[in-house]
Design a protein around this ligand. Structure first.
Ligand SMILES: *Cc1c(COP(=O)(O)O)cnc(C)c1O
Length: 389
């Protein structure tokens, strides 16, 4: 079946839930067994059945199955946040003395985990140019066990050649872990492109309403057990209400993503026409450097992009714009129904690639508001920016 149908039908079983269309919230810790034999059987199969709620409840299994099916992977696993999903995936496949390759534009907290936690475990981290493509083969060492990717990358939105990187990783027996948060399981089908483990901040588009934190990891059949075991070892699980919200958000993912892309494209094109703007970093635009790869591998774009300003505006001028926006909120995260704008700080985040820009970098999340209103808000913001600086 097609994606729109899967989003509506997967992870549902009304007959097991008194007819409820969406699986209800199971609040549980202890699961009672009718007999010793039943307990023994459940324990043997504890990752696949309802055994102890830390390992999953009917609500959790429903979400995991649905996300895995939509992305085209074998199995799903919830985590308490996107960062928890990333940390658990990395430590599932890395041990002391081993080596991991991470793109230089990775999400800041991913980088912090590599620098502060993986390094303490004795894992060596190399940051690579996200545009390296097949040449990543030259960076892979005998002890490289994981290649990490994120595309488009955080803040600067470079699109990676995931199939080429996957081929090189697999030729050396390394696992490819991919942060697929920007595209969601709908718009980049990780498992068609050689990914072994796909991590999502479900906080973003899967939940879609800026009201809970959650991570989801999707794996191939081979990668599932190491990931599941590590999740269990770290004692990770997610609250049932948040899992339910993700399952509910999933039902409208397709209509929301289509509108996010439509609105983002209108706003991005308008921004391209503005003298205050040097360039817009959005792979869905024809003149974006990542457009060809995006078009080859993605089924759509989300509503998140970067905007490089045309000259070095000072902080008070930026504050005059950002502090007084009507519709664009200023805050972290994204993927909800509402528009957001933040000032991106790249100063501590790059080591192997250079970032050249004539002015500051903004990150915009384009929500589901009317684009005329969003553009009017931005236009007034630019007037304040140029008046102040
Ligand atoms: C937000 C984000 C995360 C982390 O997700 P949380 O749910 O906030 O922990 C990971 N990767 C990317 C690309 C993100 O944007």
């Amino acid at each position: 079946m097609k994606d729109d149908t899967l989003l509506v039908t997967e992870g549902r079983d009304p007959e097991s839930h008194s007819g409820s269309v969406n699986p209800p919230v199971y609040h549980a810790s202890t699961i009672l067994f009718p007999s010793l034999a039943a307990q023994d059987a459940a324990e043997k199969n504890r990752y696949e059945t309802i055994y102890y709620s830390r390992h999953g409840t009917p609500t959790t299994f429903a979400l995991q199955d649905a996300v895995a099916k939509i992305e085209g992977g074998a199995k799903g696993q919830v985590a308490p946040s996107g960062v928890a999903a990333i940390a658990t995936a990395l430590t599932a496949f890395l041990q002391q003395g081993e080596h991991v390759l991470v793109p230089d534009n990775a999400y800041g907290p991913t980088r912090a985990f590599c620098d502060k936690s993986l390094s303490r475990m004795g894992v060596e981290v190399t940051y690579y140019d996200p545009l390296v493509g097949a040449d990543i083969a030259g960076l892979i060492r005998d002890n490289t066990k994981v290649v990490f990717t994120e595309s488009p990358g955080s803040l600067t939105f470079e699109v990676q050649d995931i199939p080429a990187i996957a081929e090189a990783a697999h030729a050396h027996g390394a696992v490819l872990i991919h942060d697929n948060t920007w595209a969601s399981p709908l718009l980049f089908k990780s498992f068609e492109h050689g990914v072994d483990v796909s991590v999502h901040s479900a906080t973003k588009y899967i939940l879609g309403h800026s009201d809970a934190m959650l991570g989801v990891t999707v794996t191939t059949a081979d990668a599932y057990l190491p990931l599941k075991r590590n999740t269990a070892l770290f004692g990770q699980c997610a609250g049932p209400d948040d899992v339910f919200l993700a399952l509910r958000g999933l039902r409208t993912l397709s209509v929301r993503m289509a509108r996010h892309q439509e609105n983002a494209t209108v706003v991005a094109r308008w921004l391209q026409s503005r003298p205050e703007v040097d360039r817009v970093l959005y792979p869905a635009l024809e003149d974006d450097p990542g457009h060809t790869l995006w078009k080859r591998d993605f089924r759509g774009a989300s509503g998140l992009f970067g905007v490089v300003l045309a000259r070095p505006f000072e902080r008070p001028a930026l504050a005059a714009m950002l502090d007084n926006m009507t519709l664009f909120g200023m805050g972290f995260s994204w993927g909800g129904f509402e528009s957001l704008m933040t000032l991106s700080d790249l100063s501590h985040e790059r080591t192997t690639t250079r970032w050249d820009a004539p002015g500051p970098l903004l990150r915009l999340h384009i929500g589901l508001e009317d684009t005329d209103d969003l553009i009017a808000d931005l236009e007034a913001g630019f007037a304040r920016l140029t008046a102040a600086g």
